[in-house]
Design a protein around this ligand. Structure first.
Ligand code: ADP
Ligand code: MG
Length: 291
């Protein structure tokens, strides 16, 4: 019977860490023609590490760049902030007191040191502030082309330097996307990261991407996709909750799974990209048995 098939799919899924919230979600999952993945913490492990520190000129040193950046990031729980704080701690650097620290969504953080404003932000935002020197711009392009994310550290109206970070794709990201493709499901990566870094990571994994997206842009992008495709969105559920809600099916994966379960339609408890294909496969088999 239909209720028995659904109940069986739900319990088989639960045993494999594939949580689906009921029959309607199974039905929508079976129809998915496209998966939109958030990048950080979903396709990647979400644990970036600092790889390079580049002072803006010879009057500045790398420790000063990390000290300032870590001081500004003290109150932030962004993965990039955690990586920068980790580096400062490893090097035994003493942090400076800052005040009025606040996040600039999709761009970085800003705070006050003495009477000066200071920032750790994306190169795009640094350009908008008019404080990105040519010397750093060339380094940034090369670092981004190798798949690293760069942030610019700014004190007052001058750049102190830049920090590059790498967040590795999850081990099974390539295989997971390939499995979807073999089922006729298209995969796209959505990210707030810059287009060069996004292209390098997307090429490594082997999927389409949309870069430079602010949190609201992700929602707009999902809405556009839903006009042409049956869309499953997979994200960490913390920053992505509105995009997850906009997709036909919103699935949480990674660090935010517990929180996200309240709003998402489903969750992947084992943090495997390959489980997205497994979830769609389970839903398809279930619907085929019912018909
Ligand atoms: P993603 O979509 O990959 O999760 P976010 O929207 O969180 O990216 O961030 C987009 C970009 O904004 C980052 O690549 C980085 O350049 C910058 N950024 C965001 N938060 C911070 C922060 N706390 N410190 C430094 N840079 C940040
Ligand atoms: Mg994010």
């Amino acid at each position: 019977s239909v209720p028995a098939s659904i109940a069986s799919a739900l319990s088989v899924g639960t045993r494999r860490g594939l949580l689906l919230k009921g029959g309607a979600v199974i039905e929508a999952t079976a129809k998915a023609s496209m998966v939109a993945f958030d990048k950080t913490g979903t396709l990647t492990a979400g644990r970036p590490v600092v790889t390079d520190v580049v002072p803006a000129d010879e009057t500045k040193d790398a420790d000063a760049v990390v000290t300032l950046a870590a001081s500004l990031e003290q109150g932030s729980s962004h993965p990039l902030a955690e990586a920068i704080l980790q580096r400062a701690q490893e090097q035994g650097l003493a942090l400076t007191r800052v005040s009025e620290a606040k996040a600039i969504a999709g761009h970085g953080v800003e705070a006050r040191i003495d009477t000066r404003r200071a920032f750790v932000v994306s190169p795009r935002y640094a350009t908008d502030l008019g404080v990105l020197p040519e010397s750093l711009a060339a380094s940034i392009a090369a670092l981004e082309e190798s798949g690293k994310t760069t942030v610019v550290v700014i004190d007052g109206d001058t750049a102190t330097g830049l920090i590059a970070l790498r967040d590795e794709p999850r081990e099974d990201a390539t295989a997971g996307v390939r499995a979807l493709s073999a089922m006729g499901v298209r995969s796209v990566m959505l990210t707030g990261d810059n287009p060069r870094t996004a292209a390098a990571i997307a090429d490594t994994i082997g999927l389409e991407y949309r870069a430079g997206l602010l949190p609201d842009d992700k929602v707009t992008m999902i809405r556009e996709f839903t006009e042409r495709e049956r869309v499953m969105m997979v994200g960490d559920g913390i920053n992505d909750a509105p995009a997850l809600a906009t997709a036909h099916v919103g699935v949480a994966m990674g660090s935010g799974t517990d929180v996200a379960l309240e709003t998402a339609d489903g969750a992947l408890l084992r943090n495997r990209v390959g489980d997205v294909a497994a979830m769609i496969g389970l839903a398809r088999d279930t619907m085929a048995n019912i018909r």
